[in-house]
Design a protein around this ligand. Sequence first.
Ligand SMILES: Cc1cc2nc3c(=O)[nH]c(=O)nc-3n(C[C@H](O)[C@H](O)[C@H](O)COP(=O)(O)OP(=O)(O)OC[C@H]3O[C@@H](n4cnc5c(N)ncnc54)[C@H](O)[C@@H]3O)c2cc1C
Length: 598
Amino acid sequence: MTSIYFGEEHESFRRTVRQFLETEVAPHAREWEEARRIPRETFRRMGDLGLLGILFPEELGGTGASIFHALAFLEELPRSLMGGFVAAVSVQQFIATGAIHLHGTREQKRRWLEPSIAGTEVGAIAISEPDTGSDVAAIRTTARRDGDTWVIDGAKTWITNGVEGDFVVVACRTDRDAGAGGLSLIVVEADTPGFSRARLRKMGWHSSDTGELTFENVRVPLGNLVGEENEGFYLIMETFVLERLVTAATSVGSCRLALEETRKYIFERQAFGRPIGKFQAIRHRLADLHAELEAAAQLVYHAAWLHEKGENPVAEACMAKLLATELSKRTADECLQFFGGFGTVEEYPIERFFRDSRFGTIVAGTSEIMREIISKAVLDGVAFPRREVDEVDEVEVAAKPAEPAETAETAEPAKTAETAENSVAGEPDAFAEFPVPPELLDADVTETLDAVFTEALLTPGPGPVPPGPTIHDAVTLVTGPISLGPSVPVPTNVAELFATLPLRFRVDRASGWSARFHFRFKDVPRSDWTVAIEDGACRTLEGHDGLADCVVTTTEKTYLAIECGQLSPETAFLLGKVKVSNIGAMTRFGRMFRKATT
Ligand SMILES: Cc1cc2nc3c(=O)[nH]c(=O)nc-3n(C[C@H](O)[C@H](O)[C@H](O)COP(=O)(O)OP(=O)(O)OC[C@H]3O[C@@H](n4cnc5c(N)ncnc54)[C@H](O)[C@@H]3O)c2cc1C
């Protein structure tokens, strides 16, 4: 089918991938399935061919190609004739190292990402545990600081590449009381004392090793922390869209291959004096499967296109993953039926496809979790903000030193947006990935980001904030007299909140940054506010003043919860409770202020 997404360059790349798989991988399928591992030389060979760094920048050894090159690659992967190979290679390239790529230091990229792209090292990501899979916020494996090391204790299970891999990015609990806001990603190398692993025996995906990992007093350097401490949950969520697109695209490829193999078979196999492909009962069912496959594929492409544009197609990726993996399961079942008895014997790839297709609806978020997220979007009106498509900082010269433990003065209170705590009467939270305090679930946030952004551009204020009012002036201007003593009052409404903002401003973090924010609260009469950060100071003014670098639309209740440390801003963004036109600026803004607590 002619496509608006794939041009000749993609098709030529697709042919290269197919040729490699058909000549160097598929002929070994049975051997590798029996050995329950993929030879290391194959990863190295793929690295040499440039097949393990499709989306990564050239400076790191990748090819810096588009998401549609990645999709072409993923759709071809099932031609390895092993779901296990598909899983191992997908995790290696698109899943295990995603957070290192986006948030790792230069040293971390050198140690783990570059060798993964070269195929000289194999990586894994360990989120799931024996007691929790879908409910990521309930992770129990702990990591605590001890001098210049993290000490990790706990267990992980179902980890792809977990036994054969050289390093594992481990989701650990670094704050016992903070639920989703207390997770961090820490890299553990395979030979670290106290780290042990065992292989699980599964019904399919045999060539992919799936590990049970145990951490007993495992010590790794503080510098193995990827991204910020306690931000792990959000790093995991950030990579989920791509992970789901990957699973959806490989499922599309599996369906295509199964239908091709079935087509060949039904015109060879005779019954009642003619090929079974002449029977309408079979033809119509295959016609349906082809139609459904094209629909699923187009949704995958659309979601990928949105992703590439910098949108955050959370719901579309979930829809694509749900449809493609469920279809793959059904296609395998139907096609096996058309093979009759031969469909059940190991000589025919359809038998392995039938077993392997069973995994797609479980991994990378189960179908039930996909439906939960989709229903949040389509029934509750939850919108997901655009991603910030950042230039990756490749000029960083040294490993990011681990930040010192926060002092009592700067420490933020435990976040309360816990998945587990949201559970009703012991029921698991139906929206496990996006925990939020129950009282905020009904907030009405339906405006689109584009509308807010457009409005900001079209209706500039009177220009720069004129010099004049000091911090003290601004406070007085906004609220009238308010205590400026050592303890800043906890605000109870937006007016008080903007009055206290300058008092909570961290001058030490402002160096040279100037930015202007327009806030709009949809649920209070005094709705419009400006925050200007200039010359190492913060001023707040009622009304919209000057041209905004970032427009923030939310409700009083939500913003008070964020500023008082009861709701993580990331969770609020993910849920669409806060709309921002510039996520990068807003993220930096959030770090400029102490929380408003007594
Ligand atoms: C072969 C294989 C490879 C894997 N590779 C990795 C890996 O590399 N790294 C990693 O971290 N994990 C990996 N996983 C784990 C996988 O992500 C989990 O199995 C998956 O997230 C489901 O978690 P669970 O198995 O604990 O099931 P549970 O979360 O216990 O769910 C059990 C059932 O309850 C349903 N359920 C749960 N919550 C809800 C809800 N709110 N509403 C409705 N139904 C619900 C689920 O859909 C499921 O049907 C792998 C799994 C397999 C099988």
